[in-house]
Design a protein around this ligand. Structure first.
Ligand SMILES: Cc1ncc(C[n+]2csc(CCOP(=O)(O)OP(=O)(O)O)c2C)c(N)n1
Ligand code: SF4
Ligand SMILES: [Mg+2]
Length: 374
């Protein structure tokens, strides 16, 4: 399969000639159901639906996320053979089976390492990591942090259902303090991790959050993540209706959503509520909820959202705002530019080759201080 043609353009969605897409397609054969792929611009959602039977429980929030990602794919104009979904282990990690692209259902917590290898070896691929709260933050916590700080141009979607779904309902690192689960029958005494705080602390250049059932919003966020050059971290609140049902109802349920969710929009004051009269204002170093029209408060007093702030402090503060004291913020928290790992890696290799020539691995291994074990 060809990996040349559109250079290191970040998301693998450069102006790839149709002829190359078709010939690459014919090489990959069964990975694309043996059909000749239409040119990227003509792909439809259905082209990204695989022939695998979806094995999630009926009603699981994973379906909405899958549906949305499949819907966004044609908008990106990337040929399917240039797309790879990598996952760890968990219900959410079954995702790559259901995408009609390349995919890798890998090792628990290790999707970031595999995605790193894929992106470094083939920088023009569009690489996606699909993970769960357990996969990313328990066994994969260390990998999570390092993939993010390196700023690979990879899209990283964390399905947060605040539970281990696949293993039938043990508490996870995002489970609420005191939560009773199969493995914490009298309540957990672990304080939960906030995935966005962790992503921001790890210097993620794109940080966003959405909700499985808020389908329009989720689609916009996923597309923005895909178009960001650099690591795009997206947390999706995902309902596990079998082992942690109603986990997000207190704010995500349709009848209360407009009152309890803050939709962050770049350049706009932070307003929420069905009457659009509540907002977030800074009181010294702390955010507070205020009502427009009370005590002389106007829209001008509210915090204006800026996703491009280099300093992550405000994004961090927003990430920590939670129901019931605050509306639950969703949307893009942060989107800043920084050179990507793979671009710098390619530059380093090019510079070394220009200076020393192509070199030989065999010679390198046998050079310097070597010895023979007898
Ligand atoms: C090395 C290893 N340890 C433990 C497990 C068992 N295990 C499988 S999935 C999982 C947790 C999955 O939780 P999460 O990532 O939140 O995914 P969900 O099923 O909720 O989507 C665990 C502990 C495993 N498969 N491999
Ligand atoms: S156990 Fe939960 S997360 Fe897993 S498929 Fe069923 S509903 Fe979805
Ligand atoms: Mg989970």
């Amino acid at each position: 399969m060809s990996t040349t043609g559109n250079g290191h353009n970040g998301n693998g969605n450069g102006n790839q000639p149709i002829v190359e897409a078709v010939s690459a397609e014919s090489e990959v054969g069964s990975a694309v159901s043996g059909k000749i792929a239409p040119p990227p611009g003509q792909l439809k959602k259905a082209d990204f639906v695989s022939d695998q039977e979806v094995r999630w429980c009926p009603g699981c929030g994973d379906y909405a996320i899958l549906n949305n990602v499949q819907k966004v794919m044609p908008e990106l104009g990337i040929p399917r053979e240039k797309i790879v979904f990598v996952s760890g282990i968990g219900c959410s990690s079954r995702f790559p089976y259901y995408m009609n692209t390349y995919g890798f259902h890998s090792i628990h917590g290790r999707a970031p390492a595999i995605a790193t290898g894929i992106k470094c070896a083939n920088p023009d691929l569009s690489v996606w990591v699909i993970t769960g709260d357990g996969d990313a933050l328990s066994i994969g916590g260390n990998h999570f942090m390092h993939a993010i700080r390196r700023n690979l141009d990879v899209n990283y979607i964390l399905f947060n259902n605040r539970i281990y779904g696949l293993t039938k309902g043990q508490y996870s690192p995002t489970s609420e303090f005191g939560k009773k689960t199969k493995s914490t029958p009298v309540g957990t005494i672990d304080y939960p991790i906030n995935p966005l705080s962790l992503a921001i602390a790890s210097e993620s250049t794109f940080v966003a959050r959405s909700i499985d059932i808020d389908v329009k919003h989720l689609g916009v966020v996923v597309e923005a993540a895909a178009r960001h050059k650099g690591i795009s971290f997206v947390e999706v609140y995902q309902n596990c209706n079998i082992f942690n049902d109603h986990a997000f109802d207190s704010f995500a349920e349709r009848s209360v959503r407009t009152d309890r969710v803050l939709y962050l929009e770049h350049g706009k004051p932070m307003i929420f509520g069905k009457d659009r009269n509540r907002g977030i204002r800074m009181n010294g170093a702390h955010p507070e909820v205020v009502t427009i029209g009370e005590q002389g408060i106007t829209e001008n007093d509210l915090l204006v959202h800026d996703i491009y702030l280099k300093d992550p402090s405000v994004a961090f503060m927003l990430a920590r705002m939670e129901q019931p004291d605050f509306p639950q913020p969703v949307g893009i928290f942060r989107a800043v530019e920084r050179p990507t790992y793979e671009d710098m890696l390619v530059d380093q290799i090019d510079a070394a080759v220009a200076k020393f020539g192509p070199g030989s691995l065999e010679k390198l291994i046998n050079s310097g201080d070597t010895w023979v074990v007898e």
